[in-house]
Design a protein around this ligand. Structure first.
Ligand code: ATP
Length: 231
C-alpha cells in the first residue's frame, strides 16, 4: 500500500530522519518502534506531506509529494496524532463532524458506525471532548480519523498516558480495524504491545532503521528484548 525510499526529514538544519526505506503491505499492521526522538512522528508527518523532506513516497500509486495533506486524507491516509489532539471545546459529535470534513455524504452513516464501535462515546455525544477520560479521548481521536474512511490508518503512540486496562482496549480496537480491512501503520514506544499485534516491524534509532522483521520473530530477538522489551 505504501512504499518509502530514501526518506529524509528536516527541521531547519536538523535532520530528524536520515534516509529510511520501508513498506506497508495492504491488510497488515506494521509497527515503527524506537525510543524518544528516533524519528517516528517525523516519518508519519512525512507520509502526510506536512514536513520538509526528500525521498520517494508512493501510496497506492500516488506520488504523495505532489499532493497537499488534505488531498492525501481524501485519497485514504488518516492520522491519529500523538496526544490525541481532540478539539476540547467541541462536543464528541462535533469532533466526528470535523473528521468528516471531506466526506459529507457518508457522515450520518459513519457516525452511527463509530457509536456502534465505541458505545461509551454514544452516551457522551453531547459532552465537550475536554471532559472525556484519556481512554475515551483516544477512542474519539481514532473515530475522528476513521470518519474519512481511510485505507491506511496511522496511529502515533496511542497507548501514551493510558492505564494498562485501557491500553488493552485500544490495541484490541486496532486489531478489529485490521479485521475490517483497514491497513495500519502504528508508532509505539510500548514495543511489546505493538509487536504482539503487528505483522511486521521496523526499529528506528537516531533517524535510521536499525532492524526490521516479522513482528513475532522480533519478540524473540535477544537484542530487541534487551533494548526495547526490558528483558
Ligand atoms: P517522540 O516519541 O519523542 O515523539 P519520535 O521518534 O516520534 O519521538 P520525532 O518526534 O520524529 O521522534 O523527532 C525526531 C527528532 O527531530 C528529534 O531529535 C526531535 O527533537 C526533532 N524534532 C521533531 N520535531 C521538531 C521540530 N518541529 N523542530 C525541530 N526539531 C524537531
Amino acid at each position: 500500500m505504501i512504499s518509502v525510499k530514501d526518506l529524509h526529514v528536516y527541521y531547519g538544519l536538523i535532520e530528524a530522519v536520515k534516509g529510511i526505506d520501508f513498506e506497508v503491505q495492504t491488510g497488515h499492521i506494521v509497527s515503527l518502534i524506537g525510543s524518544n526522538g528516533a524519528g517516528k512522528t517525523s516519518t508519519l508527518n512525512a507520509l502526510l506531506n506536512s514536513v520538509k523532506k526528500t525521498g520517494e513516497i508512493n501510496f497506492l500509486g500516488y506520488d504523495t509529494r505532489r499532493h497537499k495533506t488534505h488531498t492525501l486524507v481524501r485519497h485514504g491516509i488518516s492520522l491519529v496524532p500523538e496526544g490525541r489532539r481532540v478539539f476540547i471545546n467541541l462536543t464528541v459529535d462535533e469532533n466526528l463532524r470535523m473528521g468528516a470534513f471531506n466526506n459529507d455524504e457518508n457522515y450520518e452513516h459513519l457516525r452511527s458506525q463509530m457509536y456502534r464501535l465505541f458505545p461509551r462515546l454514544a452516551d457522551k455525544k453531547s459532552q465537550l471532548a475536554g471532559t472525556l477520560s484519556g481512554g475515551e479521548a483516544q477512542m474519539l481521536a481514532i473515530s475522528r480519523a476513521l470518519m474519512s474512511e481511510p485505507k491506511l490508518l496511522m496511529l502515533d503512540e496511542p497507548s501514551l498516558g493510558l492505564a494498562p486496562k485501557i491500553v488493552g482496549e485500544v490495541f484490541n480496537t486496532i486489531v478489529r480495524l485490521k479485521e475490517e480491512g483497514i491497513t495500519i501503520l502504528l508508532v509505539e514506544q510500548n514495543a511489546f504491545a505493538a509487536l504482539k499485534i503487528s505483522d511486521y516491524a521496523y526499529v528506528l534509532e537516531n533517524g535510521k532503521i536499525a532492524m526490521q522483521g516479522v513482528a513475532k520473530d522480533m519478540i524473540g530477538n535477544d537484542e530487541i528484548r534487551r533494548k526495547y522489551l526490558g528483558a
